[in-house]
Design a protein around this ligand. Structure first.
Ligand SMILES: N[C@@H](CCC(=O)N[C@@H](CS)C(=O)NCC(=O)O)C(=O)O
Length: 205
């Protein structure tokens, strides 16, 4: 059976939601960040990066949300979750998810994980101060240019949706005025109405 390592409030929610969406059999393993469990040897043996999510499959461990979402979609289907048979649509889906991974998630990490990049207090504070502005720019692009509604790619729910939903739950704490993002708020509402989302959330804080 698949095993997924997750942590409260983390990006691992996206993969957990998708596992629920496809009805996969899995065991969820909660890593406690407050105890630094992600940096302990037992977990580093599974994922030397010390991050979540990690998905333990029969063939080996997969990390990185972008990769895990595609794996779950490809293994369990339905096909429209990632539209891999349509090179352009699959490219669009990967374009969106890569933007979330490489730009939006990283901008968010500057608030709580700034010590990855700098050590002195003044630099840390300067990075944190910039988070509301950078995150607002990043998600305004999603709001204006990407999110077609009701789902990111329009009428069809894809692997972009649990990913956007997970990041959109961080926005208020990141200092983003979500009142100016009606499409993202509506997307959040639609996601919350899904049983899979609720099942995933019930396993995390
Ligand atoms: N690019 C990775 C990022 C994973 C990541 O940074 N996860 C965070 C939680 S949102 C984490 O595990 N942080 C633990 C730490 O920094 O100690 C992905 O998308 O899966």
């Amino acid at each position: 059976m698949l095993k997924i390592f997750i942590a409260n409030g983390s990006i691992s929610l996206a993969s957990l939601i998708l596992l629920e969406e496809v009805g996969a059999q899995y065991e969820a393993m909660l890593i406690d960040f407050s105890r630094d469990e992600q940096r302990q040897n037992a977990y580093l043996e599974i994922n030397p990066k010390g991050r979540v999510p990690s998905l333990v499959t029969e063939e080996g461990v997969l990390t990185e949300t972008c990769a895990i979402l595609v794996y779950i979609a490809q293994r369990f289907g339905p096909e429209y979750l990632a539209s891999m048979g349509d090179p352009f649509l699959f490219g669009r889906i990967q374009e969106f998810n890569s933007y979330l991974a490489s730009t939006v998630h990283v901008a968010h990490a500057h608030r709580l994980r700034g010590t990855r990049w700098v050590s002195d207090i003044a630099s840390l504070e300067a990075m944190q101060e910039k988070v509301p502005e950078v995150m607002t720019q990043a998600v305004t692009l999603v709001e204006d240019e990407w999110l077609q509604g009701p789902w990111v790619m329009g009428e069809t729910y894809t692997i972009c949706d649990p990913y956007l939903f997970t990041i959109s739950r961080w926005l208020e704490d990141d200092g983003v005025d979500t009142g100016k993002l009606p499409r993202i708020l509506e997307h959040r509402r639609c996601m919350m109405a899904r049983t899979a989302t609720q099942c995933a959330l019930s396993q995390m804080n």
